[in-house]
Each structure stands twice: as C-alpha cells, then as structure tokens.
Design a protein around this ligand. Structure first.
Ligand SMILES: [Zn+2]
Length: 64
C-alpha cells in the first residue's frame, strides 16, 4: 500500500522522498538553492524599486 506510507515529494522533481527531506538528491538541493537565491534577489530588487518610488515621492518636485 504505497499510498499509506507517509512521504513527501521532492520540491524540485517530484520524486517520493523521506518525510524529513525536502529534496531527493544533491542536484535537486542545488536547484532549490539557486531558486531561493533567485527569489531573494527578486525580492531585494522589488524592495529597491519601492524605496526608489518612495524617494521620488519625497522629492520637492512632486510636492509643489
Ligand atoms: Zn529531486
């Protein structure tokens, strides 16, 4: 009964793995790390844009 055994799926390739694991292999671990880094960079980028917009709104040219 394979459906009864508690397990998770590799978040990268979807392979069945141990419940305390997140990925099935070191390769998938690398992919996950890269994806997280990419997402973090994107968040930093968005935050920078937001700060820039706030800064622009505070500029005197927009307050007259
Ligand atoms: Zn995998």
């Amino acid at each position: 009964m394979p459906g009864i055994i508690p397990h998770r799926h590799c978040v990268v390739c979807g392979k069945a793995i141990e419940p305390d694991h997140q990925v099935c292999s070191e390769e998938c671990e690398e992919v996950l790390k890269k994806e997280r880094k990419r997402q973090r960079n994107f968040m930093i980028f968005m935050f920078a844009i937001l700060l820039l917009l706030l800064l622009l709104m505070w500029m005197p040219i927009f307050q007259s």
